[in-house]
Design a protein around this ligand. Structure first.
Ligand code: NAD
Ligand code: DAU
Length: 343
């Protein structure tokens, strides 16, 4: 392992992984390959942009020609595939890009990795492939896939292709399935950065349905280090859950954010629910613990650090909350908030 191609490395979790790898492993070359969609942001990579073992290439994971060029130019021997469309609400509004990137793009990365003789391919996946989990139950790696959103289905489709390339072509693959991740540099469409930045501006926080959905919250640095461990030590052909093992109701997370910012509960607006909304995710992550992983950050410590980061880094998020972001906000929230006002 020497030249590691990190697709989607300008996104939220990918950039945390790149910052970690570039600094911790100066002998590895880290090449970021990213299309720079609305979610890709070179500001996320500023802390490593001058490091000699970091390179950036712009491109689409579904574009074979560019991947071939990048593979041979950088003599790539390892691939970590973060690149994806990642937001469930956008997959409900317009699923095309999810099929393009999460399914077709993953297939093209696998096919070119196989042809190029890549030694290790890590696919970054999600607990959403397991679908809705009954209270008291925890998903384990052998459970069946029951994805419910177009996003979850596209990630499950990508994973099945990873399995096929391992079984059929002997590609050395590993899959990680992470839970709900939060921290600095997260695009402010996901629950925590969206609510923090909206609350800072005293704007309404649209809680879907009754707010009693449960998510398992994982700090981004713990997620990135879990992926690195699976990359180095995971068994070929296996999948590993990565969970914060901290399951919370959305409404409790919302109250905590308001409390940390000293903002009133009156900002909360209960709005019509997300279509097909999974009620609960929860995973068992004994298998990754068996490789030596443990979570370093508790939810309480990490959520406070995250709120402080958004409070102190308005330069990062204010310029994002313009243009395309506002178009999405209108499509996703205008009718919902109007319905809440009339109720
Ligand atoms: P993100 O949306 O912040 O970043 C995605 C990155 O991929 C962006 O930099 C974007 O420009 C890039 N990208 C998108 N389409 C591309 C394409 N066709 N070719 C090349 N680059 C492309 O996502 P994230 O939250 O950092 O998630 C990263 C990965 O982790 C995804 O695979 C996601 O499914 C998975 N995941 C996310 C979470 C979470 O809570 N955010 C949890 C578990 C797993
Ligand atoms: O579980 C892992 C997944 O976590 C990742 O694979 C996805 O990439 C990531 O986006 C995330 O998916 P969720 O749909 O769980 O995350 P999101 O932040 O969109 O929503 C978290 C919960 O909060 C969910 O129950 C929906 C709810 N929610 C979200 C938003 C954006 C609201 O109530 N209101 C909102 O405005």
């Amino acid at each position: 392992m020497k030249n590691i191609l990190v697709t989607g490395g300008a996104g939220f979790i990918g950039s945390a992984f790149v910052r970690y790898m570039v600094e911790k492993y100066p002998d590895y070359n880290i090449i970021v390959y990213d299309k720079l969609t609305y979610a890709g942001n070179l500001d996320n990579l500023l802390p490593v942009s001058d490091e000699p073992n970091y390179r950036f290439e712009q491109g689409d994971i579904a574009d074979r020609e560019t991947i071939r060029r990048v593979f041979s130019q950088h003599d790539v021997d390892t691939v970590v595939n973060f690149a994806a469309e990642s937001h469930v609400d956008r997959s409900i509004l317009s699923p095309d890009a999810f099929i393009h990137t999460d399914v077709v793009g993953t297939y093209i990365m696998l096919d070119e990795s196989h042809k190029h003789g890549v030694e290790r391919f890590l696919q970054v996946s999600t607990d959403e492939v397991y679908g809705d989990i009954e209270p008291g139950e925890f998903s384990v790696e052998g459970d069946s896939f029951l994805p419910n959103s177009p996003y979850a289905a596209s990630k499950a489709g990508g994973e099945l292709m990873v399995r096929a390339y391992h079984v059929t072509h002997g590609l050395n693959t590993v899959i990680t399935r992470g839970s709900n991740t939060f921290g600095p540099y997260q695009y402010p469409e996901k629950l925590i950065p969206f609510f923090v930045t909206e609350a800072i501006d005293d704007r309404p926080l649209p809680v879907y349905g009754d707010g009693m959905q449960v998510r398992d919250w994982l700090y981004v640095d713990d997620h990135a280090q879990g992926i690195a461990l699976a990359l180095f030590k995971g068994e070929a052909g296996e999948a590993y859950n990565i969970a914060g093992e901290d399951n919370r109701f959305n409404i409790d997370v919302t109250h905590r954010i308001l409390n940390l910012l000293d903002k009133p509960k009156s900002l909360i607006k209960y709005v019509p629910d997300r279509e097909g909304h999974d009620r609960r995710y929860a995973m068992n992550c004994e298998k990754l613990r068996g490789l030596g992983w443990e979570r370093k950050f508790s939810f309480e410590t990490a959520v406070e650090a995250t709120v402080n980061w958004y409070r102190d880094n308005e330069w990062w998020w204010r310029k994002i909350k313009t243009g395309e972001y506002l178009d999405f906000y209108k499509k996703q929230y205008a009718a919902r908030l109007a319905a809440a006002d009339q109720a």
